[in-house]
Design a protein around this ligand. Sequence first.
Ligand SMILES: [Fe+2]
Ligand SMILES: [Zn+2]
Length: 405
Amino acid sequence: MSAEPGITIDSRYVITAATILDNQLHIDWADGHHSEFHPTWLRHQCYCETCGTPLNGVRGLRLHHLPDTLEPRLESFAADVVELSWLHDGHRSRYTAEWLRDHCYSAVEHARRKYRPILWDATIMDSCPSADLLECERSPAERLALLEHIRDYGFAYVRNVPGTIDEASRLIEIIGAQRHTHYGNYTLGKKKSVDNVGDTTTALDPHTDESYRTSTVGITVFQVIRPAADGGHSTLVDGFEAVRRLRESAPDEFDLLTRLPITGARFDPAANSGGNSKWYSTTMPMIRVDFDGEVCGIRMNERQIMPLDVPAELIEPAYRAIRHLFEILYDPDLRLTFPLETGEGLIFDNQRVLHGRTEYQAGNPPRSVLTNSVDIEDFHSTLRMLTESLRGKLPPTRLPQGMVR
Ligand SMILES: [Fe+2]
Ligand SMILES: [Zn+2]
């Protein structure tokens, strides 16, 4: 492969040798890495016109049409490409060096692709991730920086938000398409009949929202329309850091909470539900770990835990673990407090970061905070599209998937 003058080629993506050994494709790379690719894996990922691609879902290839033992032949290789043919049918497959390296499933490359969030506690208060909505609207780079804050820290504080319901979509659509649920555009504030704790004036302990949904809230967008005269400050806690502390101090309790089925339920009367009463109930663990055993999502709302339905001998250890977890979550050392004014907002990942509120005095006019949300996959989609358009290439990164395995 020859480079244009002045263009440097990343040695990660330069093939120095390619061979077939025991039907596996072996590749040596200019940076010293060695990759091995299984023939079925390679044949399944042939993206030629006949085979199709997984990205558009149009794929003609069917695994059961392939022989049990696939025999690849190395037709040719160069620094930037490998060409194979398949003995049973003569089909030819072509793989670029960049694609092969970005998808190499060796332990080293698997770990490298994994995105690791930055955990935090109360000490980041003075340097917490922030953005300005006007800047984000003007500059795609600023918009990407905001999305990356949410990816890295699970939240961002935002200035210059409209502060009116009419223009609320400006901030929401920076993140992705607004999710519509039975709540509609919900404004938290003191109401005549309180069926939602967000509408009370007492302090609210840190919690995640809507633990009663199978597809729970992804990214929450708070916009302050009118602050309380006194108090009513928003609080945030990094659930991933809390869970790290639990895992460190009580690994057995952590393990139990990754498996223990907890039912979160919610009855919403018609007044809260646009005229249609709703009765939700979902059973899931509080902590989700991925295939690598790493935490990728949490759902924790002490107020919505229904009766445990587990073997009798688990009741005591379960309550001990839940109580210990909430003691960590309510530790002020983990909590950020934001005395938000009109025109300020918070965006946070509801499957990582818990939110709460300090007590306040019901004033006149009353406190009013608009809450909306965007699904995690929609946020990830916005992040991918903007990254690729600004940086030219999407790095091969796997993001935490939230409560979904
Ligand atoms: Fe909430
Ligand atoms: Zn093909």
